[in-house]
Design a protein around this ligand. Structure first.
Ligand SMILES: Cc1cc2nc3c(=O)[nH]c(=O)nc-3n(C[C@H](O)[C@H](O)[C@H](O)COP(=O)(O)O)c2cc1C
Ligand code: SF4
Length: 413
């Protein structure tokens, strides 16, 4: 029987295969796949029975499996933050590829909170129609989609923010080279209202929920950390004071979007800064956020100033995978909502172990889904055991995220 087989660019030119070749099944759509190798069929049955392919409830929404696309800035919006057709195309591929919950890249809730070029905005009602194209594309499949709502704080530039960046306290950022302006109490009230309005717009656009970005050194995680939040008023100081802005955002957002609307957060377990946020206190803060109505939590870590973010490079061994899962397991023991384990998830068996053992409820992936948008479906079909992503961090393409490794091999996905 003749069987279709992917032939690489070099092979087609008659050259010998050198080094790594990607598994094309994870990056090609269903229409061009022709067979399942018989020796893999038992894997297929086992995978379909895996806990990773069982549904889970987050607040009022049921998610068809345990795979999450972690928020990943797409670099695809217009200058004013309007999403484009490229977003709908990207997200519909991920949905076709069986990702249970897709979280968009960070969308800014105020113009001064813009972190990057070509970033999506959710700061104005006029963006709702264009935003609506994203969930409409995804909902042709069983996947759910949340929009990540965010504010850059001091991790931006004046040219992007359109003025002096803001922060809980005026603490210089040596990476962005910004001395931010401390927010007044009245501005904090506006900030809470603008996150809530973003939630209302997300619902109006058809998103299944929102993720509040409280990680990676951006504004809300800067409030959580004693290193960046040096306020002496009710928005700083104690654990309760530093988490207060997030607690109030959750309440205001639920009121603006409607009570049952799912709200989760991406949460810094630590910022790796001296005298900064540590896991124990972060878990306590998460507990307060859950009491305020948070429906799920994705545990991350890092900050630009620490020189250590959430994208660790050069992962090779299985032991290096799931590098925030030890921290996530501490949250899992403390909060009664789904906990998502993040950071270097690459091997199916490792992810399955982490969920089956109850350390986390779900697993999220960012870089692997840039490289292989159909990865989850290939896992389910038992055709792939591990992502081909080599964690080289060359996917930041200002003209739209893409895998530089695939480009090098002239493979178009
Ligand atoms: C190109 C790119 C853009 C990212 N954008 C965001 C973002 O918008 N919001 C966010 O919370 N994390 C963002 N991240 C971090 C990822 O969500 C994730 O935390 C990190 O890459 C670790 O997961 P991974 O090992 O599966 O890639 C981004 C990562 C990459 C590679
Ligand atoms: S550029 Fe590197 S890190 Fe990014 S998706 Fe490709 S292999 Fe993974």
């Amino acid at each position: 029987m003749s069987v279709w087989r992917f032939r690489s660019f070099r092979e087609k030119r008659g050259e010998r295969k050198r080094g790594f070749e990607p598994d094309m099944r994870a990056i090609r759509p269903r229409s061009v796949r022709t067979h399942l190798e018989p020796r893999r069929i038992s894997h297929k049955i086992r995978r379909m029975e895996s806990i990773l392919f069982t549904p889970i409830r987050m607040g009022s929404v049921e998610i068809p499996n345990r795979f999450v696309r972690s928020a990943t800035h797409e670099f695809m919006a217009e200058d004013d933050g309007t999403p484009t057709d490229r977003h709908a195309e990207l997200f519909s591929r991920l949905a076709e590829g069986d990702v249970g919950l897709i979280i968009t890249g960070h969308a800014y809730v105020q113009p001064v909170g813009k972190a990057s070029s070509r970033q999506t905005g959710i700061y104005d009602d006029r963006l709702v129609d264009a935003l609506g194209g994203i969930p409409a594309a995804v909902h042709r499949f069983p996947s759910k989609i949340f929009v990540q709502i965010a504010h850059a704080g001091r991790q931006t530039k004046e040219s992007l923010a359109g003025g002096t960046p803001v922060a809980p306290s005026a603490v210089y950022d040596p990476v962005s080279k910004v001395m931010p302006r401390e927010l007044s109490e009245e501005e904090i009230r506006h900030l809470i209202r603008d996150f809530a309005e973003a939630g209302r717009r997300a619902r109006a656009a058809g998103f299944d929920g929102v993720q509040i970005h409280a990680a990676h050194g951006y504004l809300l995680s800067a409030f959580l950390s004693p290193y960046t939040n040096r306020r002496r008023d009710d928005w700083g100081g104690s654990t309760a004071g530093r988490v207060r802005v997030v607690v109030e955002i959750i309440g205001a957002l639920k009121a603006a979007a409607g009570d049952g609307y799912p709200v989760m957060a991406k949460w810094n377990s630590t910022d790796f800064l001296p005298g900064g946020l540590e896991v124990g206190e972060s878990v306590e803060m998460a507990g307060r956020a859950v009491e305020a109505g948070l429906d799920g939590i994705e545990v991350s870590g890092g900050s630009a100033e620490a020189g250590r973010g959430s994208m660790w490079a050069g992962l090779r061994a299985e032991e290096e995978e799931g590098y925030f899962i030890d921290a996530a397991a501490k949250f899992k023991g403390a909060v009664p909502v789904p906990v998502i384990g993040l950071g270097g998830n690459r091997t199916f068996a490792v992810m399955e172990r982490n969920v089956a053992s109850g350390r986390v409820d779900m697993v999220s992936l960012s870089r692997p889904l840039i490289r292989e948008p159909f990865l989850v479906r290939e896992f389910r079909l038992g055709r792939i055991a591990k992502s081909a992503c080599i964690s080289c961090n060359k996917c930041f393409n200002p003209r739209g995220i893409s895998c530089a490794e695939l480009k090098k091999r002239k493979i178009d996905i």
